[in-house]
Design a protein. Structure first.
Length: 147
């Protein structure tokens, strides 16, 4: 059977502690920070390693999950994480980001399709709630992205 988490251009996998240098470098992209929420204080490798280690070992107890988006070669290019999962009412949220060098290649839309398919078809959620800042035009969903 084909790996459910592998698509045409990307694969999704869990975060590994060894991903810390990737996320430390990515956290230097000011535009990415602004599109997510704000420009953050500089971080240390030790702090990012601690975060990655905790995230990698975090139990999946409420269907919230942090996925690393990789090219099929295994190179990390971004992340997508689910949050605010409410089984009773059948909805969840997600956030995602792709490094500047890998934007506009279809990686984000493919990752979104994989996660939505899993959460709707396997976990039986029926609504995804996603917030997008008005200035982040690349992240504003278009119907034609998902048809």
């Amino acid at each position: 059977m084909k790996n459910y988490w592998q698509g045409k251009r990307i694969a999704l996998r869990g975060l590994e502690p060894s991903d810390a240098p990737f996320f430390l470098e990515w956290n230097q992209e000011t535009l990415t920070q602004q599109n997510l929420d704000q420009i953050w204080f500089p971080s240390s490798l030790a702090r990012v390693e601690e975060w990655a280690h905790k995230q990698a070992l975090k139990p999946v107890d409420d269907d919230s999950y942090f996925f690393v988006i990789t090219q099929l070669s295994g190179e990390p290019v971004g992340m997508i994480h689910t949050n605010d999962c409410d089984k009773k009412n059948g909805h969840f949220g997600y956030g995602l980001g792709v490094t500047a060098d890998h934007r506009k290649m279809g990686y984000a839309s493919e990752a979104i399709r994989m996660v939505l398919s899993y959460y709707f078809n396997q976990l039986r959620y029926h609504k995804a709630i996603v917030g997008v800042y008005g200035f982040n035009e690349a992240s504003i969903p278009r119907i034609d992205h998902f048809s």
